[in-house]
Design a protein around this ligand. Structure first.
Ligand SMILES: [Fe+2]
Length: 325
């Protein structure tokens, strides 16, 4: 039987709808057909993604890392590899482009963030594939960055304007060796793609960081002022950063936020403002409870993501591909 599919009737191109969910009606039976379906509809799908910020594809015949690589490739986003990133999470590659989402243990929550927004180099697109869902929990939390900005501006207009005007500096600690048990345990050699201290310092200097070597061989590095609120096309403003992940998740930062975060002019970010940000983001988050075979594509400029803890014997396996727009 020839392949035909008319599964796009529900696209709304609405900026209020989040996320978009497309369920295979059975007309896409093979990976080859899935690739063809994406290729045929790629313009509509990208337009929808630009409006809603995230699309979940459910019930498509995507079973393993290679299928996922093929499915994502049909969108023809230029690739953004983990190696060239400055991501501080430990990950394992499954194909040239597909890698594990985060090796952090199941009890550890990964708090909301725009991917790699704590570095000057970040992807425009993040796609996640659930090969094995957890028995319990393990939802990927997604949260619209423009919704957060709008509510934050209403709740704290002065501090939000200050955040936008000054930007933000992040201080991170990169261990001497990979520490997979940590959500941010990638060594400085891995993070910076270098072999020596001299190379590390050259790289940090070229990226505008300041840094300090610690007695245990780890490296503390502070970014230059990075934007924390960005303006996208058509004036759409987004809360684009890693403030929540740093404040809620990085070691010791909740008690002492200035350890990792400050405004771009080195002044302190008030703790009550950080708490307000976390509360607002929680209010507008969507918890994506995975089913095996689900693929989600998230516009990294428009939406943050995170991961809830999980439990049970089943090994949760969620894989990631990054792309440039
Ligand atoms: Fe992430």
């Amino acid at each position: 039987m020839p392949y035909t599919s008319s599964m796009l009737v529900d696209l709304k191109f609405s900026a209020q709808e989040f996320p978009t969910i497309i369920v295979n009606d059975g007309s896409v039976e093979t990976v080859e057909q899935a690739k063809l379906w994406v290729s045929e509809n790629v313009e509509s799908l990208k337009k929808e993604l630009g409006c809603s910020g995230a699309i979940l594809f459910r019930g498509f015949p995507v079973v393993d890392a290679q299928d996922f690589d093929d499915f994502f490739a049909a969108f023809e986003y230029p690739n953004f590899t983990y190696k060239e990133s400055l991501s501080n999470a430990v990950r394992v590659n499954h194909t040239e482009y597909v890698f594990t989402a985060n090796e952090a243990p199941k009890g550890v929550e990964i708090y909301l963030h725009n991917e790699m927004a704590q570095t000057p180099i970040y992807p425009g697109i993040i796609s996640l594939f659930c090969e094995n869902a957890a028995d319990h929990g393990g939802e990927t939390v997604i949260c619209r960055s423009d919704f957060v900005y709008e509510r934050l501006l209403a709740a704290e207009p002065k501090l939000t304007a200050e955040l936008e005007a000054k930007g933000i500096k992040y201080t991170t600690m990169m261990p001497a060796q990979d520490a997979p048990e940590s959500g941010q345990g990638r060594s400085w050699r891995g993070t910076l793609s270098v072999e020596s201290i001299t190379e590390a310092e050259e790289k940090l200097g070229s990226l505008g960081y300041s840094w300090q070597w610690n007695d245990d061989g780890s490296l503390s590095a502070q970014t230059s002022a990075l934007p924390a609120i960005r303006t996208l096309e058509a004036g759409r403003k987004v809360f684009f950063n890693q403030i929540i992940a740093a404040y809620s998740g990085w070691k010791g930062v909740k008690d002492n936020p200035s350890k990792a975060l400050c405004f771009g002019d080195d002044s302190e970010i008030p703790k009550h403002f950080l708490e307000t940000i976390v509360g607002i983001a929680n209010d507008v988050s969507y918890n994506l409870l995975w089913q095996d075979g689900d693929v989600a594509i998230v516009d990294n400029n428009l939406a943050m993501h995170g991961r809830l803890p999980y439990s049970g014997d089943r090994k949760r396996k969620v894989l990631v591909v990054l792309g440039l727009e």
